[in-house]
Design a protein around this ligand. Structure first.
Ligand code: DCP
Ligand code: MG
Ligand code: MN
Length: 361
């Protein structure tokens, strides 16, 4: 686990980084997690390198860069382009796969099935797939909205609306905006709200949120759809969509930096946004904060490290003396080391503390 480098500006490999980033985004859009991670790790390595890399032989010396990536780095450094990336832009099944995977709740299997059945566009799905689910229809209708990034100022407003509504019900509730927002991102893919109440059973938190808060926010027109909500008795999450009231949207549009982005926002003035409510007992808030702050790659490496040390890290806590059977299958949860305090979890793992802003990779 290394800290991100300082030399982000004026990196001599910026062109290579830009194109590798587009490849990472492409692989991410096709749900190819492993390639996405290798590209993101290679990008992080290049960001920390202050020497210009032009040959595959130089590239392969660097951490997290294997032969194939090294060859691509050479191709970009020499030709300023990457044929593999350009190929992805023209293939109709590739384009269709990426479009279908953008629909909320649609995974690789479903997307591939539609492609096998000959569908190539969202219109095809709407006109020729008779058994689309309600969520798939919502996902298609609001695909543009859900695929666009949410400006930080809007995430702040949306979070404040939920926080106020919840604290009007019970002032002891606490809400933290997690995910990319907590990491300091300028824009986010969705809004992740971590909800807790000191010394309160999860059942009570769930009742208040699912039975009072959510219906109230629907009545006000703030929430617009429920996309997933775990089982009423054991569930700890609610996924859906929300919308900022139009009157509140004007200042956000004014504050957008570029004229192009501003014009785009004006064409679609109050888009639906994806919102996740994550319900957490206060005894587990530290572990939940780490998990829901991410990013996903940091979570993976922290969990892997815990495993290597004979421990287990999940969104509920850090545990030791975890009993594992054949194939590393967990047989018993083990003893709780820490779950309340984010910093203490880093300490117990032997990882130097990182502020949320330092958790980009
Ligand atoms: N998370 C994870 N592994 C996943 C999905 C999520 O560890 N497969 C954790 C880390 C994420 C957090 O949950 O930071 C929130 O998930 P999001 O999908 O909302 O991702 P981010 O908030 O990080 O980014 P975005 O701006 O795209 O929402
Ligand atoms: Mg998020
Ligand atoms: Mn989320």
């Amino acid at each position: 686990l290394q800290k991100p480098g300082d030399d982000v500006l004026n990196n001599p490999n910026q062109k290579v980084i830009d194109i590798l980033q587009q490849m990472a985004t492409y692989y991410d859009s096709t749900n190819d997690t492993w390639r996405t991670i290798s590209y993101r790790k290679a990008i992080a390595t290049l960001r920390r390198t202050n020497r210009r890399i032009t040959t595959s032989a130089e590239a392969i010396q660097l951490p997290f860069i294997g032969q194939r990536l090294a060859d691509k780095i050479e191709e970009i450094a020499v030709t300023h382009r990457l044929r593999r990336l350009e190929a992805t832009r023209h293939d109709p099944t590739d384009v269709a796969l990426r479009t279908f995977l953008q629909i909320y709740g649609v995974g690789t299997q479903q997307a591939m099935l539609w492609i096998q059945q000959g569908h190539r566009s969202l219109q095809d799905l709407l006109t020729s797939v008779p058994n689309l689910t309600a969520n798939q229809r919502i996902g298609i209708a609001h695909l543009e909205d859900f695929a666009s990034r949410i400006p930080r100022a809007e995430v702040t407003r949306l979070g404040a609306i939920v926080t106020k509504a919840l604290q009007d019900i019970d002032a002891a509730f606490q809400v933290t905006i997690g995910g990319s927002y907590r990491r300091g991102a300028a824009d986010s893919g969705d809004i992740d709200l971590i909800i807790t109440r000191p010394d309160t059973e999860i059942g009570h938190i769930r009742t208040v949120v699912l039975e009072t808060l959510v219906p109230r926010l629907f009545l006000r027109g703030f929430l617009t759809a429920t996309l997933a909500s775990t089982n009423r008795r054991t569930g700890t999450k609610w996924h859906g969509a929300c919308q900022l009231p139009l009157s509140r949207y004007a200042p956000i549009i004014t504050a957008i930096d570029t004229a192009e982005e501003r014009a785009k926002a004006l064409r679609n003035p109050n888009p639906w946004r994806r919102i996740d409510l994550l319900l957490v007992p206060s005894s587990e808030i530290g572990a939940a904060m780490i998990y829901f702050t991410g990013n996903d790659i940091l979570n993976r490496s922290m969990r892997l490290l815990a495993r290597k040390k004979g421990m287990c890290l999940n969104q509920r806590g850090l545990f030791k003396n975890v009993l594992r059977g054949a194939g590393q299958v967990k047989l018993a949860e083990g003893n709780l080391v820490e779950s309340k305090d984010e910093r203490k979890i880093f300490e117990a793992l032997g990882v130097p503390w990182r502020t949320p802003e330092e958790r980009q990779i």
